[in-house]
Ligand binder design. Structure first.
Ligand SMILES: NC(=O)c1ccc[n+]([C@@H]2O[C@H](COP(=O)([O-])OP(=O)(O)OC[C@H]3O[C@@H](n4cnc5c(N)ncnc54)[C@H](O)[C@@H]3O)[C@@H](O)[C@H]2O)c1
Length: 265
């Protein structure tokens, strides 16, 4: 799913992967049972892709898989074996893997003060960071076997900017950004691109009680469809190692990091 997949034919939103180029592609979507993952699963399936919806929320995953004509698999992304099982299922059922959308995530719900909670910390790091590491490790051999493909991790704007209200979430999302930028060069020769999707607040259950606060502050919340549109543009791009911001009122694009200072003799 590179820019070659976007050339010519039927209309697609500017820069987005052309829907007819999705036909026959096989996508694994972690956290695919709800929110952004479910909406991406449906959009990919509408373009003719076959989707494997991997999640701990079995009932919702099965519903999304039914709607998308795909397959649901129970997968706790904190466990390496579960990601391996999900990739194996995609290959066994559909013959290949072209895209791993590593999107499962949880809110942290604690800070580093009196509210620190070791279990919540481990859960947030386990799902948001380990889940991407284990998902990528499981997917890379299958993507290589397919002759190339894409890994897209859902990071967050919290992976680009510091978030005083939730430092642990910002830490694991920054780590995902660092992972994506670091993995990309080594996988490029195998035709595997690695990208991060970095949404601002989007209208899903993960917002929990924070939603009311955001509304009170008048902070605009992205509709999930805007995040999916950005995902499709990212998928249609030739870039790798990029972190695409998704922010209300702005056209999504790769965030431009400053060059790090190198040593001076
Ligand atoms: N909604 C936002 O404001 C926002 C903003 C930036 C980034 N994100 C990121 O987007 C991604 C998707 O979140 P969402 O907003 O759609 O929220 P959501 O709660 O609707 O979806 C998250 C999904 O992850 C699944 N999940 C949780 N733990 C899991 C585990 N251990 N193994 C497998 N699946 C697991 C949940 O069951 C759920 O289906 C997350 O990585 C989140 O951090 C969300």
């Amino acid at each position: 799913m590179t820019q070659n997949d976007t050339a010519g034919g039927a209309a697609a939103p500017s820069g987005a992967v052309r829907p007819d180029r999705l036909a026959g592609k096989v996508a694994l979507i972690t956290g695919g049972a709800n929110g952004i993952g479910a909406a991406v699963a449906r959009r990919l399936a509408a373009g003719g892709a076959r989707v494997v919806v991997a999640d701990v929320d079995d009932e919702a995953a099965q519903q999304v898989a039914r709607d998308a004509g795909g397959t649901a698999v129970r997968c706790d992304v904190r466990r390496p074996a579960d990601s391996e099982k999900a990739v194996a299922l995609a290959v066994e059922r559909y013959g290949r893997l072209d895209l791993a959308f590593l999107n499962a995530g949880v809110a942290t719900g604690c800070g580093l003060g009196d509210d620190f909670d070791l279990e919540r910390y481990r859960l947030a790091m386990g799902v948001n960071l380990d889940g991407v590491v284990f998902g990528a490790r499981a997917a890379i051999p299958a993507l290589r076997a397919a002759g190339g493909g894409a890994i897209v991790a859902t990071a967050s704007m919290a992976g680009i900017a510091g978030i005083p209200a939730d430092p642990v979430y910002a830490a694991n999302k920054h780590a995902v950004v660092g992972l994506v930028r670091s993995l990309a060069p080594g996988l490029a020769p195998s035709g595997i691109k690695v990208q991060a999707l970095c949404p601002s607040f989007a209208d899903t259950a993960i917002l929990g009680d924070g939603r009311g606060l955001l509304e009170e502050m008048g902070f605009p919340i992205l509709p999930v469809s805007a995040v999916v549109d950005a995902f499709m543009r990212l998928l249609g791009s030739d870039g790798t190692g990029e972190c695409w911001f998704v922010v209300p009122g702005r056209e999504s694009a790769p965030f431009e990091f400053r060059r790090a200072p190198g040593p001076r003799a």
